[in-house]
Design a protein around this ligand. Structure first.
Ligand code: FE2
Length: 333
């Protein structure tokens, strides 16, 4: 079985082609939208996708050395994400499915981050910590679904460090040689300053921390390195705290880190220290698949399609706020 997956939820238009035996990745092609300044502009990003999509699909088929006729089904990320961006992927997927008469498989982008993490790390039934630019969630599988055991009440962890980096002039680029610029700056800091640590029950809140950190910066009284150091220590500790409770509550013995922020070495260190107390192992998705990509959509599409998940073309509409705990997971028990 061969599945082609399309990702277009935010800044990446990605096409992955996978099959149901290892090595499972046949193709992985991506076009990344990089804004000239500021954050991601959904309409600009979607325009970029529309101009690149045909090349990306063509390259993916060439890389896999197959023709579109060899594909069993088309998978597409229908959400969550930015409306204009999602609509480019959905339109192309619907067109391919109806023109070539292929089944269409709806994929939830957050579920795909989890599934590619499980596939690539070999973790079996972990507490999953999903940390990205648009998401901060502690997840565990229970009774047919991935359940949320804590999340952010406002901005995501990735958004916190990106916006801070941008506002203080450390970014763009946000990542240099695989290290986030805030992590890089924090490594040179040593003094813990007074910034808010906000955990409410199982949820975290980062917007107050961002505002306070920027205020500190504007006073000119503190070293930027110390602000980065404090921001990082507090933000990561908040996430570790709620993850620890999820681990204790679910009695699982694995932790899996997925999403773009998972690449942070300091974050991994903190998780390893925590997991040691519970005799749990820590797994981290490889950096190339921690960020958005088409392979994770294709892979999740393959799992879903094997369990009969398909959607009629006319019903394949995008869902900007599609939560992962709304999705039934028939392929896991
Ligand atoms: Fe993502």
């Amino acid at each position: 079985m061969i599945i082609l997956g399309i990702e277009s939820t935010a800044h990446t238009f990605g096409v992955g082609i996978v099959r149901d035996k290892d090595p499972f990745i046949l193709a992985d092609v991506r076009a990344n939208y990089v804004p000239k300044e500021g954050g991601i502009h959904p309409r600009e990003a979607s325009r970029f996708f529309a101009t690149k999509a045909h090349e990306v699909i063509k390259q993916a088929l060439e890389q896999a050395r197959i023709s579109i006729n060899d594909i069993d089904a088309i998978a597409v990320a229908l959400g969550p994400g930015l409306g204009p961006c999602l609509r480019v992927g959905a339109t192309i997927a619907r067109a391919l499915a109806s023109f070539f008469n292929k089944p269409l498989v709806p994929v939830n982008h957050s579920v795909a981050h989890v599934e590619i993490g499980l596939k690539l790390t070999g973790a079996r039934d972990p507490v999953i910590v999903y940390l990205a630019g648009g998401n901060t969630m502690i997840i565990a599988f229970n009774d047919k679904r991935y359940r949320v055991f804590g999340e952010t009440l406002d901005i995501a962890l990735g958004n916190l460090i990106d916006v801070f980096a941008r506002e203080v002039g450390l970014a763009p680029p946000y990542v240099r040689k695989g290290v986030h610029v805030v992590d890089e700056c924090a490594d040179k800091g040593s003094k813990l300053l007074d910034l808010p640590y906000i955990v409410k029950g199982q949820d975290v809140s980062f917007s107050g921390l961002l505002t306070a950190a920027l205020k500190h910066y504007k006073t000119g009284k503190y070293r930027l390195e110390d602000i980065c150091y404090t921001l990082r220590e507090i933000a990561y500790s908040m996430v570790v705290e709620v993850s620890e409770r999820a681990l204790a509550h679910t009695s699982k013995n694995e932790v899996l880190l997925v999403g773009g922020v998972a690449a942070s070495r300091r974050l991994q260190e903190k998780f390893k220290l925590m997991a040691k107390i519970y005799d749990a192992s820590v797994h981290v998705v490889p950096p190339r698949y921690a960020v958005d990509n088409g392979v994770m959509i294709a892979w999740t599409g393959l799992l879903a399609y094997k369990h009969g998940v398909v959607i009629p073309v006319e019903k394949a509409v995008v869902r900007q706020r599609w939560r992962l705990d709304e999705v039934e997971i028939p392929w896991r028990s």
